[in-house]
Ligand binder design. Structure first.
Ligand code: ADP
Ligand code: MG
Length: 254
């Protein structure tokens, strides 16, 4: 059973068909990249998986459950954006705990009598979790700072930390490194790969950068004009591209 299953996803904006029946199965713990030129539909597909947009037809399953009717907040997927989307007025620690607090305290706060007790307990757990995640990402010294006082790489790490605190089924990342300078990008690639190994979590990673996809993925799905042309391990895609279009895009010798 695949952890994430997209089948026959179609999506049009007006008269433009942006996704033309895309299917992709992702196993638990895999690092899968969606790679393709700008405008081929990667972000749209990721947004449909996240529940931030809906498909016209097709099915999205997470752990064998159809989530086509499930709101984004209830899918337990963590989306990490390139723009970080941190709250500028909150500290790093507060940024990291806000989504979890909203989830955990939302129901606890509504309970009569035991509500405040449950809430206090949940709050303690959340703080402990933020500290553990900060430790993993080596951002403990940054917890009291505001996003404005962080470098691009540090902000990226905080955005990732916020996603990790929720312990999601999978991390969805849309070009998370594209705002960083070239040297930091290469460094963060290695860090993300290392983090993936350590967390043993599922990563669905969108990029237009062939090198990024080739170095980081367990499997890559090469997308062009709303279709997945080939799915496989980097080695196979590079050495046995299924078509000239794939070969050209990947820059492989075939
Ligand atoms: P990618 O992430 O691969 O660059 P996108 O999924 O963002 O591609 O976009 C695919 C196509 O769909 C593009 O032509 C884009 O202009 C179009 N598109 C994306 N979102 C919208 C939208 N909300 N309304 C209209 N067109 C859109
Ligand atoms: Mg995009």
């Amino acid at each position: 059973m695949s952890q994430i299953s997209l089948s026959g996803i179609h999506k049009s904006f007006g008269s433009t068909e942006v996704l033309k029946g895309v299917s992709l199965d992702i196993e638990a713990g895999e690092f899968v990249t969606l790679v393709g030129p700008s405008g081929c539909g990667k972000s749209t597909l990721l947004r449909i998986l996240a529940g931030l947009d809906s498909a016209d037809t097709g099915d999205v399953r997470i752990q064998a459950q159809s989530v086509t009717q499930t709101r984004a907040a209830d899918r337990n997927l963590a989306m990490v954006f390139q723009s970080y989307a941190l709250y500028p007025h909150l500290s790093v620690a507060e940024n990291m705990m806000t989504p979890l607090k909203m989830r955990e305290l939302g129901w606890a706060g509504r309970l009569p009598i035991v509500g405040p007790l449950v809430a206090r307990r949940a709050c303690r757990d959340i703080h402990a979790r933020v500290e553990a995640v900060a430790e993993t990402l080596k951002i403990t010294p940054l917890l009291a700072r505001k996003p404005g006082q962080l470098s691009g790489g540090q902000r990226q790490r905080v955005a990732l930390g916020r996603a990790m605190v929720r312990d999601p089924v999978a991390f969805l990342m849309d070009e998370p490194l594209s705002n960083l300078d070239a040297a930091l990008r290469v460094h963060m690639r290695a860090e993300l790969s290392e983090l993936h190994r350590r967390l043993n979590a599922t990563f669905v990673y969108v990029t237009h950068d062939q090198a990024e996809a080739l170095t980081m993925s367990d499997r890559m799905a090469v997308m062009m004009q709303g279709e997945i042309l080939q799915v496989g391990p980097p080695d196979e895609i590079y050495h046995n591209p299924a078509s000239l279009a794939v070969a050209r895009f990947i820059g492989s010798p075939a």
